[in-house]
Design a protein around this ligand. Sequence first.
Ligand code: ADP
Length: 181
Amino acid sequence: MGRPRIVVVEGDITVQPVDAVVNAANEHLAGGGGVDGAIHRAAGAAELHAACAALGGCPPGDAKATPGFRLPARWIIHTVGPRWRGGGRGEREVLASCYRRSLAVAEELGARSIAFPAIATGAYGYPPEEAAEVAVGTLLTTLSRLEEIRLVAFDRATADRYRRLLTRSPRPPEAGGQPGR
Ligand code: ADP
């Protein structure tokens, strides 16, 4: 177990050359808009829809895998973010769980690299700054056998947020990073 390298990429998650891409899905795993729609279109909507239907849905905070079909990625890990309802309904814990469970599923599959979108920051309404803090904070503190984690930002502001948070959050000294001030 170790601490994977975290890389920020601005772009489209469907073209990332990683072993697993994470999809910000809904509880029915039925496909939808945003990144979910892009992943379904790029992977092959009919095949992915059938594979998702066989999973029987997914509760918020959990993650389930399908093949990647026509994506460069071998697997798609579908996770369901929290719907933002003001922040007092456990949203933070559910979002952190999305990142942790996705990493765990990727490890079980034997993936060495994974790409995450900004889960819950679109239709689910999670404030982007807080969501980036949860994403970076959770990924920096979760041990894993993965080698590389890509944080895929669909826009410049999201990429800047990730970069700022990663610069401000030095890795713990035992991981070989710079000690904090
Ligand atoms: P949710 O329902 O979890 O809020 P959305 O798909 O609505 O999910 O939005 C999540 C994030 O994914 C948003 O920040 C959106 O800009 C981003 N996004 C949309 N399409 C893509 C894509 N093709 N690649 C990467 N990120 C994307």
